[in-house]
Each structure stands twice: as structure tokens, then as C-alpha cells.
Design a protein around this ligand. Structure first.
Ligand code: PEP
Ligand code: MG
Length: 326
């Protein structure tokens, strides 16, 4: 079984009815990048940059960041790399180099892009490092915790200022990278149409989207099965983001834990997903599962899934679609 899966590293990702699907990798450190490349990822769908900041030595310099991002793009040999800007906040950082205020409710507080925009000098050093690395290969910029379109506008303005400064300082830059939004705040998912003018692409972050839609802390075991990716309200939002994005010609990927769970692959194909991003360790299993599934048939089952009244009902439907699958 292990050997059969290993052989898939060189195979394309294609459904049984010959629809090409793209598997991107979520990565943080260089071993993830090497693994992604070795297993045939289409690129990096989510490069988390928090690790550069979560260290006791203080803030990373622009050069340190530049080296990390340049190594990333060089490591992927010309495949697209999606770098997510800093996603820190009181819930994700104990010892970051940025002074964080105590917050009563950090998950709803100054985190992600909200924090970055309040620290423009820190944010600018990250954007400058990304712009410089973009001369070495295709980079896209992904912004976490987007709630309203003006946040994307503010990021773009700062990006433009950084690019002008770098050019003035003698750097030759390629075109400005595309800027996309994480869709992980309910307002962004419900209001996805309001982000179309400002976002070049979308990445659905179901880990946080589930937490915020269900008002259930993603790390609180006491909530039992409430925090469940099969909750109908979450599925409706995922389907909406995919279809609105598709109709507007904007790529939509999904990079929460769901994307790497082969048991949920038929569900995500049914909802119309074509771009998955997951830990590289999950890629072969998901590629294998995709090869066993017929997308056209699953797409027809989407209305039924979206009408389900409970996560148990969704799970039962999934089982019935896949009697032959474990
Ligand atoms: C998410 O929220 O689904 C996500 C991919 O980002 P993170 O897990 O880093 O919050
Ligand atoms: Mg998130």
C-alpha cells in the first residue's frame, strides 16, 4: 500500500472522469517545501510566516525574511508560492517581537491583517522582503483575517509604497504580485461579492471559518462535536465562496485541515473545489482518493448535501456516496 501510494508522487492529480485538480502544499519550514516538491505539489498554497516572528530574538530583519522567501521560491523551482502575511494575534503569539496588548477576546481582537496594519513599519519590512523575493519566482501574497474590502485596499497601498521605495533604492522588481484574501471570517464569506474588486484570489481557511461560524473555539475540546467541518452552515459558505469566485474568474483554494482529509475529498469535489492546499504529508492519499472519484457525479449531489440539516446527515450522505471506499 505504501509503495502504491509512493508511486503516485509522479502522477498527475485527476479525477476518474479526467478532471484535473490542483494540489498545493501548506508549508512553513524548508522540509515541508522539499516534501511538497518531491510529491508533485502544484505549488505552495499557504506559506505560514509566523515562525519567522515567533522567536525570542526579536523581530526578523527584512534581509532574514527575504532569504526565507527567496529560498522558498527557489526551492519550488518556478511553481507558484503563496506567502501569507503575518497572522499573529494574542491567540497565536506568546513571544513575538511585536508587543501585543492583553485582550479579553483575542480570537476576535487585533490579529492577522488587523495587527499588521497597526504596525506599518513591521508590515512594510515583510512586504519589502516579499517583493524582493518575487524577482526569483512567482509569488502571490495572501492576507489573513480579511473582514472588509478596505483592509485589502490598505495592504495594496502599502505594497505600492514599498515597491516605489525599493525601485528608488535601485532594486529591479518584477510586476507587483497578486494579492488575495483568506476567507476565514464569516463576513468575508457571506460578503465574498464585496471582495471581488480588491482580491485577485481567495483561500478559504476552514479552521478559523468553522470556529467563527459556529462560535466554537477551534482548540476547546469541551465543545465536543460542535466544531465540525461537516456542519451545514459551514458547507453553505464554502459552496458560496467557490461559486462566486469561479463566476468572477478568481481562483479559490481551500487550505484548512479539511483539504487534507481524504474522507472529505468527495465532499469538497461535490462543492466545486478544484484547488486544494494541505500539509504535504497528506498529498498522496488525497491524490489517490481523487483518482477514485467522478467529479461530475459528485457535483450533482451538491444540492442534496447543502440541504442536509445536521453534520450527521452530511456524514451519512458522504458514506452513501462512497459505499466502496473506507
Ligand atoms: C485556517 O484558518 O483554516 C488556516 C488555514 O489558517 P491557520 O490554521 O493558520 O489559522
Ligand atoms: Mg486561519
Amino acid at each position: 500500500e505504501g509503495r502504491r501510494l509512493a508511486a503516485l508522487a509522479k502522477e498527475p492529480t485527476r479525477t476518474r472522469d479526467n478532471v484535473d485538480i490542483r494540489l498545493f502544499a501548506n508549508a512553513e519550514q524548508s522540509p515541508d517545501v522539499a516534501q511538497a516538491r518531491a510529491l508533485g505539489a502544484s505549488g505552495i498554497g499557504l506559506y505560514r510566516t509566523e515562525f519567522l516572528f515567533l522567536r525570542s530574538k526579536g523581530l526578523p530583519s527584512e534581509d532574514e525574511q527575504f532569504h526565507a522567501y527567496r529560498d522558498l521560491v527557489l526551492g519550488m523551482g518556478g511553481l507558484p508560492c503563496t506567502i501569507r502575511t503575518l497572522d499573529l494575534g494574542a491567540d497565536k503569539a506568546d513571544n513575538a517581537g511585536i508587543a501585543l496588548r492583553e485582550e479579553e477576546n483575542p480570537a476576535l481582537g487585533v490579529r492577522g491583517v488587523r495587527l499588521s496594519l497597526r504596525h506599518p513599519a513591521v508590515f512594510a519590512s515583510q512586504l519589502r522582503a516579499i517583493l524582493r523575493a518575487a524577482s526569483y519566482g512567482p509569488i502571490r501574497i495572501l492576507v489573513p483575517m480579511i473582514t472588509t474590502p478596505d483592509e485589502l485596499g490598505a495592504v495594496r497601498s502599502l505594497l505600492q509604497i514599498c515597491a516605489n521605495d525599493l525601485r528608488d533604492a535601485g532594486h529591479t522588481l518584477s510586476e507587483l504580485p497578486e494579492v488575495g484574501a483568506m476567507v476565514e471570517v464569516p463576513a468575508a464569506a457571506i460578503g465574498i461579492h464585496t471582495l471581488l474588486d480588491d482580491a485577485d484570489f481567495f483561500a478559504i481557511g476552514t479552521n478559523d471559518l468553522a470556529q467563527y461560524v459556529l462560535a466554537a473555539d477551534r482548540n476547546n475540546d469541551a465543545l465536543g462535536t460542535l466544531y465540525d467541518p461537516l456542519q451545514p452552515a459551514l458547507l453553505r459558505l464554502i459552496a458560496r465562496v467557490i461559486s462566486v469566485g469561479r463566476r468572477a474568474g478568481k481562483p479559490v483554494s481551500l487550505c484548512g485541515e479539511m483539504a487534507g482529509d481524504p474522507l472529505l475529498t468527495p465532499l469538497l469535489l461535490a462543492l466545486g473545489l478544484t484547488d486544494f492546499s494541505m500539509h504535504p504529508g497528506q498529498m498522496l492519499e488525497v491524490r489517490d482518493r481523487i483518482g477514485q472519484l467522478e467529479r461530475a457525479r459528485l457535483r450533482k449531489l451538491s444540492p442534496q448535501l447543502l440541504r442536509a440539516r445536521s453534520s450527521q446527515e452530511v456524514a451519512a450522505l458522504l458514506d452513501s456516496f462512497n459505499p466502496d471506499l473506507k
